[in-house]
Design a binder for this molecule. Structure first.
Ligand SMILES: C[S@@+](CC[C@H](N)C(=O)[O-])C[C@H]1O[C@@H](n2cnc3c(N)ncnc32)[C@H](O)[C@@H]1O
Length: 395
C-alpha cells in the first residue's frame, strides 16, 4: 500500500520505529475504511488512533505524559504538574467516603499512577478509612508504569491497589477520573446553510482525509438540534462520554463519582465563537488540529460538553453532587493551606510549588477552563469543595 503521511514541518519527526508503528496503524485503519464501504465515522477512527491494541496512542509505547518535549512526552496533566493536586483532591474524596459510609476507591485512566500514589498517601495521612484502590484503564501498557510509580511513592499502601479488567456490576465507594472524558471518541459534524453533515474519514490517494456525508438518522438530527447551532460550524457530539457516565452512575450503588476535565456547559460549548469545534491534537507539547498527523503517536482530544455528562448521570439515577471550576474546587478544598506547609524561605522548594498551584488555579491557565463534576448516591447535602461557587445551575 502506498501511504502519503500528513507531516507538518513545524513538528519534530518521530524515529523510524515509531513511524513504522504509525504506518502499520494507518494500514489497519485503511483496511477498515475499505471494509466499511470507503467511509468511517470519526469516532471509530479516533477509537483506533487512541486504543487499537499495541498501536493506538494510549495502548502503544508513546511516552505521553510529562513536562517537556525533550522527555518524548506530549502533554502535562494536573497530577504530573504538582503533588499538591492529589493532596488537595484527597480531602473531598475523604469527605465523600465518610458521608457515604463506604471504603473503596476506583480510578479511571490512571496515567503514570502519580494521582493514585498521591491520593493513597494523602488519604492515609488524613486518616480516611479505605480498603481498596482499583484502577481501570483501557491502556494495558500503562499498568506496569502505574505499578512502578505506586510501589515507589506509596510502598506501604501498594497492597491495596488492584487493576480491573472488567467493571463490577455494582460499586460502593468513590470514583475518580482526571482527564478521562476528553480522551473518549467523539463524532464530528459540519453545518452549512441549514444542512448538517457527518464528518468521517476516507483513505484517498494514499492518505487519510475528511469527507462529509448528509445526516439521515432522526436520532442524530435530534441530538444536533440540541446544539442550537446556526451558520457555518464544525463541532463534536459525545456519545461515548455520555455512555461512559451512564455506566459509572448505574454501577455506583452508593458513594460519589468525580470527573475533572476541560470543557463547558452546552450553551457555552456550542457558542458562535467555537465555529471550528474543539478537536485538538497534542504532539511533543505542541497543539494543532490535524488528527491525521502520525496516527497512534499523537493524542487526540475534544473538550467535554458537561450538560450532556450531567444529563447522562442523572438519567442513570445518580444525584448531581456539584459542578464548578477547578480553581473554585481546589480553593474550597484547601489548596492554599497545602501550599502554606512549604517554607517560603526555602525558595528551591517553595517557588516551584507556588508556580504549580498558580497554574492549577489561575483563570488564564487551568483554573477556569477545567471543571469538576460530581455525582452521588446516598450522600445527604453537599461537600465542602462545592460549598462556595457551585455552578450546577449553569448546566
Ligand atoms: C489524558 S489521559 C489522563 C491520564 C491521567 N488521569 C492524568 O491525569 O495524568 C486519559 C486516560 O484515560 C484512559 N481512558 C480513556 N477511556 C477510558 C475508559 N473508558 N475507561 C478507562 N480508562 C479510559 C486512557 O487510556 C488514558 O490513560
Amino acid at each position: 500500500m502506498n501511504q502519503k503521511a500528513h507531516q507538518p514541518d513545524s513538528l519534530p519527526a518521530p524515529g523510524p520505529t515509531a513511524l513504522g508503528a504509525s504506518e502499520k496503524l494507518v494500514a489497519l485503519i485503511s483496511d477498515e475504511i475499505a471494509a466499511a464501504g470507503g467511509w468511517l465515522p470519526f469516532d471509530l477512527y479516533m477509537e483506533r488512533a487512541l486504543y487499537a491494541p499495541g498501536l493506538g496512542y494510549y495502548s502503544g509505547g508513546a511516552v505521553k505524559f510529562g513536562r517537556r518535549a525533550e522527555d518524548g512526552s506530549d502533554f502535562v496533566t494536573a497530577p504530573e504538574l504538582s503533588p499538591l493536586f492529589a493532596a488537595t483532591l484527597a480531602r473531598p474524596l475523604a469527605q465523600a467516603l465518610e458521608a457515604s459510609g463506604t471504603r473503596h476507591l476506583m480510578e479511571f485512566g490512571a496515567g503514570t499512577g502519580k494521582l493514585a500514589a498521591g491520593l493513597l498517601v494523602a488519604l492515609d495521612a488524613l486518616g480516611a478509612s479505605f480498603d481498596s484502590y482499583s484502577i481501570v484503564d483501557l491502556s494495558g501498557e500503562l499498568r506496569e508504569r502505574q505499578r512502578e510509580t505506586i510501589e515507589a511513592q506509596a510502598p506501604a499502601l501498594a497492597s491495596r491497589v488492584r487493576w480491573l479488567d472488567a467493571l463490577p456490576e455494582t460499586f460502593e465507594g468513590v470514583v475518580i477520573g482526571n482527564e478521562v472524558l476528553d480522551a473518549m471518541p467523539v463524532r464530528l459534524f459540519s453545518h452549512a446553510g441549514d444542512l448538517w453533515r457527518e464528518r468521517g474519514v476516507v483513505f484517498d490517494g494514499g492518505a487519510l482525509a475528511f469527507e462529509d456525508r448528509p445526516v439521515t438518522s432522526p436520532a442524530d438530527a435530534a441530538l444536533l438540534a440540541e446544539t442550537g447551532i446556526a451558520g457555518d460550524y464544525v463541532t463534536e457530539t459525545h456519545e461515548a462520554g455520555r455512555a461512559f457516565t451512564r455506566t459509572i452512575c448505574t454501577m455506583l450503588a452508593r458513594g460519589a463519582a468525580f470527573f475533572i476535565d476541560y470543557g463547558f456547559p452546552r450553551h457555552e460549548y456550542y457558542h458562535p465563537q467555537r465555529a471550528q469545534g474543539t478537536l485538538m491534537c497534542h504532539y511533543r507539547h505542541r497543539a494543532h488540529g490535524d488528527p491525521f498527523v502520525y496516527p497512534g503517536l499523537q493524542d487526540i482530544t475534544a473538550h467535554v460538553e458537561f450538560t450532556g455528562i450531567a444529563e447522562a448521570g442523572v438519567e442513570a439515577g445518580a444525584d448531581l453532587l456539584g459542578y464548578t471550576s477547578q480553581a473554585r474546587f481546589l480553593l474550597n478544598a484547601g489548596i492554599t493551606d497545602a501550599l502554606a506547609e512549604f517554607d517560603p524561605n526555602d525558595a528551591a522548594r517553595f517557588l516551584p510549588a507556588a508556580n504549580a498551584v498558580q497554574k492549577l488555579i489561575s483563570e488564564a491557565e487551568m483554573g477556569e477552563l477545567f471543571k469538576v463534576i460530581a455525582f452521588s448516591r446516598g450522600i445527604d447535602g453537599t461537600l465542602d469543595a462545592f460549598a462556595r461557587g457551585d455552578r450546577s445551575h449553569t448546566l
